[in-house]
Design a protein around this ligand. Structure first.
Ligand code: GBH
Length: 462
């Protein structure tokens, strides 16, 4: 599979890697950083699979220069990182802490010096604990606080950041963080978590206008998507598929692209005020798409509290997370987005795609991860096929540069192109790192070798 030649990508296609602050930075009490909901959550007993925390993680706060060098070695043209709100505003409000912003200033300059576009996510789930104490995303004020924070960051990093991403996966932050309590802040509100969706979206809309006042760089949001694979073909199965689509794939995208909320989810919309939907639909320049796998859906049993039943997909390879490997799902998702939103859909960048495997260095210190190469190759082919289908996809970021702290799974799931020994902090590029570098380098050289028409005519025929 991996020996088949990889397809060519359009000139200017953005090749990148992604990370998030709490998963890599560590240094949680350094330079005045305040606590976030993830510090609180990880330090509660029994929340994290291996009892670990992000206190140290990859110690990227102190080792960012080494990590930028790893990216330079990879040849990527972009790096998607997130900014820790509690480094900028330790209590979530008020004047910015210079030392916190200084770190991102150094990081951004190091990236630019290495020829790598900085792509900054403003919120990747690490809300300042002080804001949670005031109600968190259940409180409408948090949306206003978020726009103020966006303004402070953009005032400092302005046009040096080449793509701004407001929120990461507001669906996951709502559902796992506030619906089922698997993530911080650990609330279990089930379908009553809807205000968290609305207030995040409102915060996004307000942040878009704050960013527009400070920067001419494009602005995006990164949503999680999981296309439905129907496991049955009755009317009831189709209705279940539509309900799952509405919840996971449309709840955030419909209002962002000007359609308002999908009907029939049974949410209490009392928190939606006049004018909110217009703010939320402020035009964005890029839609960030995070894709891992599709979801099998069929009609629920009688009396189920959910309007669908999730069925494990059979017949696919699985990652260490037990997620099925289905590259075709990414192509299906991209064409579904195009067909569903048509001219309202901005250009897409795949802001996360990747997989966890139990990667261990061999006796020679090499990390062989052929499954990751197969996963990435398959998904890149799916992206290329979607481009051929006419979907405007302009970039692809691997999740993740480094093995890191995988939320409720702690250090037990390794997603990196680079292996990290969490005892010694030694970084070891995996075999997939070399493979991905070859893809990036080949794409870059295909571009620079493209002869201009005049030169081409002078060339001898091959
Ligand atoms: C992202 O979330 C996050 O943005 C990132 O921080 C994280 O490290 C990364 O992905 C890897 O997890 O068992 O078939 O039902 C991903 C959200 C939600 C994607 C759960 C897969 C379940 C698959 N994930 N989903 S399944």
């Amino acid at each position: 599979m991996t020996t088949d030649p990889m397809p060519e990508f359009p000139a200017g296609f953005r090749w990148g890697v992604s990370t998030a602050a709490y998963q890599i930075e560590g240094a949680v009490e350094v330079d005045g950083r305040g606590p976030s909901i993830w510090d609180t959550f990880a330090h509660c007993p029994d929340r994290i699979a291996d009892g670990s925390t992000g206190d140290v993680a990859c110690d990227h706060y102190h080792r960012y220069a080494e990590d930028v060098a790893l990216m330079a070695g990879l040849g990527v043209s972009a790096y998607r990182f997130s900014i820790a709100w509690p480094r900028v505003q330790p209590a979530g409000t008020g004047a910015p802490l210079a030392a916190g912003l200084d770190f991102y200033d150094r990081l951004v300059d190091a990236l630019l010096g290495a020829g790598i576009d900085p792509v900054a996510t403003l919120f990747h789930w690490d809300l300042p604990q002080a804001l949670e104490d005031a109600g968190g995303w259940l409180n409408r004020d948090t949306a206003t606080r978020f726009a103020e924070y966006a303004d402070l960051v953009a005032a400092r990093l302005g046009d040096r950041v080449k793509l701004w991403i407001t929120l990461n996966e507001p669906f996951v932050h709502m559902s796992l963080g506030h619906g089922t309590g698997v993530h911080a802040p650990g609330r279990m509100l089930l379908f009553n978590a809807f205000p968290v969706a609305h207030h995040q979206l409102l915060g996004h809309g307000l942040a878009v206008s704050a960013l527009r006042a400070r920067t001419t760089s494009p602005v995006a949001i990164a949503n999680s998507y999981s296309p439905v694979q129907l496991q049955g073909d009755t009317e009831a199965d189709r209705a279940a598929g539509a309900a799952y689509d509405a919840l996971h794939n449309r709840l955030f995208t419909d209002p962002l692209l000007g359609r308002g909320y999908p009907a029939g989810l049974g949410f209490d919309a009392a928190v939606v005020r006049d004018g909110d939907l217009d703010l939320i639909a402020a035009p964005i320049d890029v839609l960030g798409v995070n894709y891992y796998n599709p979801t099998g859906i069929r009609a629920p049993e009688e009396g189920s509290p959910l309007p669908f039943e999730i069925v494990p997909l059979e017949g696919y390879p699985r990652t260490a997370f037990d997620w099925p490997v289905v590259p075709q799902g990414l192509r299906d998702l991209l064409t579904w987005l195009r067909d569903s939103y048509r001219e309202a859909l901005p250009p897409i960048q795949i802001t996360e795609n990747g997989c966890a495997y139990d990667d261990v260095p061999d006796a020679a210190g090499r990390v062989h991860d052929p499954e990751r190469i197969a996963y990435l190759a398959g998904h890149l082919r799916a992206v290329r096929a979607a481009i051929d289908d006419g979907v405007d996809v302009t970039g692809y970021f691997v999740w993740s540069l480094l093995d890191n702290w995988e939320w409720a799974e702690g250090f037990t799931k390794r997603f990196g192109l680079v292996h990290v020994d969490f005892d010694t902090q030694v970084r070891t590029p995996k075999i997939s790192y070399a493979w991905f570098r070859d893809q990036v380098v080949r794409a870059a050289s295909a571009r620079s070798e493209l002869p201009s028409p005049a030169v081409a005519s002078e060339r001898p025929a091959l």
